[in-house]
Design a protein around this ligand. Sequence first.
Ligand code: UDX
Length: 448
Amino acid sequence: MRLSVIGCGYLGAVHAACMAKLGHEVVGIDVDGAKVAALSAGDAPFFEPGLPELLAEALETGRLRFSTDIADAAGSAVHFIAVGTPQKRAENGADLSHVYAGVDALLPHVNAGDVVVGKSTVPVGTARDLSVRISEACPSVTLAWNPEFLREGFAVKDTLEPDRLVYGLDDAASGAQLILDEVYAQALAGGTPRLVMDYETAELVKVSANAFLATKISFINAMAEVCEATGADVSMLADAIGHDARIGRKFLNAGLGFGGGCLPKDIRAFMARAGELGADQALTFLREVDSINMRRRARMVDLAREVCGGSLLGQRIAVLGLAFKPNSDDVRDSPALSVAAQLQLQGAAVTATDPQAVPNASRRFPDLAYTASVEEAVQNADAVLVLTEWEQYCALNPMDLRALVARPAIVDGRNCLDPVAWRDAGWTYRALGRPKAAAVPAPTAAVR
Ligand code: UDX
C-alpha cells in the first residue's frame, strides 16, 4: 500500500520506517528541512536502537522516502498524522496546533476514498472535531483514530509487534477498518488483538493507559517514602507485592520517577481536559501522582546534600545518567537532568555523563560540566549519583571506582545497584526507599 506519515519525530520516523519494513511504500513528511535531510541520508535524528538499520534497509529498497512537501502525500491511500502534541506554555493542556495544521495542509492533496489516521496523543473529543472538519472539506475521506503505545528504546519492536491495535472509528468510517487491517496485516496474522471502538474511547485508551502507568510508578514511589520513614526496603516490597498476578512486578521500580515526552505531559493534559468536560473530580488523584513524582527529585537533592555532610556548596558531584530512561538520548522532562541542574543551582560543582544524552542535555543546560566517561566524571568526586539505570552503570565495580573518588559516597536514584556490594567495598550507599545501614527505628506507642 502507499502510505504517508505526517510528522517525523520519535513516533512518525519510527512508524514510517516500520511501515516500509512491512512492505508498504511510504513517504514521511515533516516541515523541518534538517530532519528530512538527515532521515533521507539514513541518519536517525535521535537515538533509538534498531532504527538506523531499519532506515538504511528501507531507503535502500526505495520503499521509504522523506519530504518537506506535503503535496508528496498525494497518491497515498492512508495518511498517518504523527505530529507532536506538546504541553502548552504555562498551561497543562495539550497544544493541538500541529495536529490541525497538519490535517489542514494535507486535505488539498487527498483523493476520494483515502483514510486519514490519527496516531498522535490528543485530548478526548479531538477526533470527532477533526472528522467533521475533514468531511466538510472532503466528504469521501474518512478519519480513524489509531493510538500508538510505543516505548522509547523499544520503539521498533513495539511498532512491528504491537501488543494490541486499537481502531477508533465512526459509523461513516467503517470502510477504514478494512484498510487498516491491510496496513497491519502482518501483526494481525501473528495474533495481535484488534479492538474496534468509537473515537472517544480510542482517544481515552491512550491517555488512560499512560495515566495508569504513571499512577503505578507514583504508587511505588509513595511506598518508598513510607519505607524511608521506617527503614523498610521498597525494592523487596515491590518484588513481594509484584508476585501477585493482579498487581504484577512491571512498572514498580521505585526511584527518581517518571519523565520523558509522554507520561508527565499526558497526565497533565488529561486533567486539563477532564476539567473542561466537568469531570475534573474524577482525576484529582492524578495531581497527587504528579506531586509524588516531583517530590522524588527534591528528595534526591536532599540525599546528595546529606552524603556531602549537610551542604552542597562547593561539593564535587558526579552525575551518572541524564536521559529520562536508559537506551534513549531523550532529556525531555528528565528527572536526572532536573536533579543535576538543581544541584548546580544549589552551589555544587556537577560533572555529568551519559552514554547518549550529553549533546541534548548540554543544549538544555549549558552550565553543567559534561564529560564522556564515568572515570572522568567521578574523578575526585565528593559524591556519585546514579540517576539513569543504564546497564553499564548498574554493572559498575565499586572497588575500581573507589580509587578515583575523593569520598566514597554513592546515591542510587534508580535502585539499580547492590547495596551490600557497595557497602562491603567501603562506600556510603544511600538510595530512594532503601534503608540506611543504621538500625531500624522502633515502632512508636501508636503502632505497638
Ligand atoms: C510511555 C509509555 O510506556 C508508552 O506506552 C507510551 O506510548 C508513551 O509513554 P516512554 O515514555 O517511552 O513510554 O517510557 P516508559 O518506559 O513508559 O518510562 C517512562 C518513565 O517512567 C521513565 O522516566 C522511566 O524511568 C520511569 N519508570 C518506568 C519508573 O520510574 N519506574 C518504572 O517502574 C517504570
